[in-house]
Ligand binder design. Sequence first.
Ligand SMILES: [Zn+2]
Length: 240
Amino acid sequence: MKKGLDILYKLQQNDDTIKELENTIKELPAAVKIMESERDGKASIIEHTKNKLNENVKEREKLEEEVLLIKEKIKKYKEQMNKSTTNKEYQGFMSEIKFEEDNISSVEERIIERMLGSDEIMKEIRESEAEYNKIADEYNKNIKELNQSLAENKTKLSEALQTRELLRKDIPENLLKIYDQLIKKKGGKAVSFVEANFCGICNVKIRPQRFSELITTDSMFFCENCSRILYKKIEENKKK
Ligand SMILES: [Zn+2]
């Protein structure tokens, strides 16, 4: 029986491992997804600077249109000026034309400002791209590690499942039946490792009489509080 219990305890430990591995395997893909979406969210730093550039181009186009409209106006003034009959009328058009020409100069200055601004924005775009690449590299490295860990855990799980089959073959049928029932009823914990003279799971003290029987006889004992199979590792020298 004690040998049966040894294997039963190994089975419990292996089942614990299987449970942990299954949980990890379930959680890892979600962690990868979170990292991927965080990484993609960081691309907004590039978007932001690209939007600034679009804005700049739009402003420039608007100003260029404005120049065309003013030139059109000047052309009409000149036509009217040529048809003017009095000197006063002529002078009037002259001053209008002068006013609009100054206007063109000021709009053209604003166009140049935008052009210089766009060089600055292009620089910002390159910087934000470099920054994003640096951040994305870090994320990709972590994502790769998570995926590697997922693959490793899957391998470990398949090994643990094989071990489970091997261990179960070595355990008597009746013992296995009790174990499986307890696993179902007791949240996956059928065997309790006895620490000193306490049940390792519910921490209730084992009565001295039972405890002495537990370590000296081959019988199987259950915790009087939580009903789990008690397992006390017998030291090699005590066995002899
Ligand atoms: Zn207990």
